[in-house]
Write a protein of this length. Structure first.
Length: 123
């Protein structure tokens, strides 16, 4: 099932710290379980049909014993009014956990084009 696969990709125990935080347009979600519940609800309302997250990081830098990075994501989904497409940017802070790196903070933004400027009336 796609929902389960995306949940595993985004917020599974193997990727997220127990005290992870997700910052998204619909709110701030703290803790792995709360993040998984948020995604389960969102994917039930609009099932994801395709999801791509750029593995090409635009930035990768260290902060003490953590690292942060940024990239882009894109998603096709089935909305209530038909198929839809969204894209945006992400940023993440990773912390070491044994031999693995886990996400401590994930921020997702959705690309929204700026409104077009109205042309002044001709005189």
């Amino acid at each position: 099932m796609i929902i389960k696969g995306v949940l595993v990709q985004i917020s599974h125990k193997a990727r997220s710290a127990e005290d992870a935080v997700l910052v998204a347009a619909d709110g701030i979600f703290g803790g792995r379980q709360h993040i998984e519940e948020r995604y389960a609800d969102a994917f039930q309302r609009s099932p994801i049909t395709d999801f791509v997250c750029s593995h090409e990081r635009f930035h990768l830098n260290s902060i003490d014993n953590a690292v942060w990075s940024t990239g882009e994501w894109a998603s096709a989904f089935q909305g209530q009014t038909g198929p839809g497409f969204a894209r945006g940017q992400w940023s993440a802070v990773y912390v070491p956990d044994g031999d693995a790196w886990k996400i401590r903070l994930l921020t997702l933004t959705e690309y929204k084009p700026l409104p077009q400027k109205a042309n002044p009336p001709s005189q």
